[in-house]
Design a protein around this ligand. Structure first.
Ligand SMILES: [Ca+2]
Ligand SMILES: [Ca+2]
Length: 356
């Protein structure tokens, strides 16, 4: 037996010991729960499902930790205080980037338009149909995560509400700082279902009412009856948790996922599964053309719907519903939550202990 063989065996034993240690010792990071992995049927069913939620297919997901809540303003404030990070909504608009997302030949807007800002939902007095969403979305200069409705608004009375006006890179920056990741679509949907199999809603089969989630009651977008208590965001955890103890997996704010949006990804998976391949921990790493945003070079997935969803307009509080959004887009109804692998949680544990 050579020294190299002995050394190799020794290092392997260390690796095995370390792996066993990680699996046995890691406790859930603060504000997170362990989601045991397993197989589930991913995708929608019933009248409300859209084509991109089909076909339903079998997916296997490894275990992971996930935040019980959307990341709050308090948590995002700590990140910004520690790092000095400035979100995209707080930076001047980069026309070179923006022009890739608008039709070719679009003239450069005036300088006073290309200022920091974000898209804010405002209840319109009246609308002509619900196809043109510019009737209720307004570009507000100065709107950002800490000034959600513009420079005169604050979050001081909303520290337990989910952070909003965060783009995909803003969300990723936070997850890296905390030592985690954004969930994949598969992780997100597995977690959202809370152990229920093929149910239309995270709470089961009952039609949505004002007790289930922070959504919209009344005529969208002109009349919100506030039956659930909130016209805009709600404090995280204000509505019942799902079967895994997770709050607001339906409604409150949309949640960014890791994946590039790919409308036909489920059909592609079915083709691979039919050839005998298993679908384990899938994630879409490659951008594809997105007909919802034909001029955008890439779009990312959001899940779970928001306080603007209701049965007549969007119903995206369903666990299978998928939204595509350009990654640099920030709005007043989108945020995110964090996941961690066991290895990430173990590393985080060491960081926390060493900082004591
Ligand atoms: Ca509401
Ligand atoms: Ca949510």
């Amino acid at each position: 037996m050579s020294i190299a063989t002995i050394l190799s065996a020794f290092l392997s034993s260390l690796l095995i010991q370390n792996t066993i240690k990680i699996q046995e010792v890691v406790s859930a990071p603060a504000g997170m729960v362990w989601i045991p992995g397993g197989k589930f049927l991913m995708g929608g069913g019933g009248n409300e499902s859209r084509p991109d939620e089909l076909p339903v297919h079998s997916v296997e997901v490894s275990g992971f930790f996930i935040g019980i809540s959307e990341v709050t303003n308090r948590e995002y404030s700590k990140f910004v205080q520690a790092t000095g990070y400035r979100t995209i909504a707080e930076r001047a608009v980069d026309w070179e980037q923006l022009k890739k997302q608008v039709p070719a030949g679009t003239p450069k807007p005036a300088a006073e338009v290309l200022v920091p800002g974000s898209m804010v939902f405002q209840i319109p007095a009246q609308v002509e149909g619900t196809n043109d969403y510019s009737q209720w979305w307004r570009w507000v200069p100065g709107a950002c995560w800490k000034n959600p409705e513009g420079p005169d608004s604050t979050i001081t009375d909303r520290m337990d509400h989910p952070v909003v006006h965060v783009s995909w890179p803003d969300a990723v920056a936070y997850t890296k700082w905390i030592g985690g990741s954004l969930p994949t679509e598969a992780q997100w949907e597995f977690a959202a279902r809370g152990g229920l199999e093929s149910k239309p809603f995270i709470w089961g089969v009952q039609p949505i009412d004002a007790t289930h989630a922070n959504t919209w009651q009344g005529e969208f977008p002109t009349n919100n009856t506030r039956a659930d208590g909130f016209v805009g965001t709600a404090p995280v955890g204000a509505f019942p948790a799902n079967g895994y103890g997770l709050f607001d997996m339906g409604g409150n704010v949309w949640e960014w996922c890791q994946d590039y949006y790919h409308a036909d990804v489920y059909a592609e998976r079915i083709r691979k599964i039919s050839k005998g391949e298993k679908c384990i921990d899938p994630v879409q790493h490659v951008p594809t053309r997105d007909l919802r945003h034909p001029d955008a070079p890439e779009t990312r997935v959001q899940r779970g719907g928001s306080f603007l969803c209701n049965a007549s307009y969007c119903s995206s509080y369903r666990p299978s519903a998928r939204m595509s959004t350009t990654p640099d887009s920030a709005t007043s109804h989108a945020g995110f939550r964090v996941v961690m692998s066991k290895e990430q949680a173990h590393a985080r544990e060491n960081v926390v202990q060493n900082s004591k």
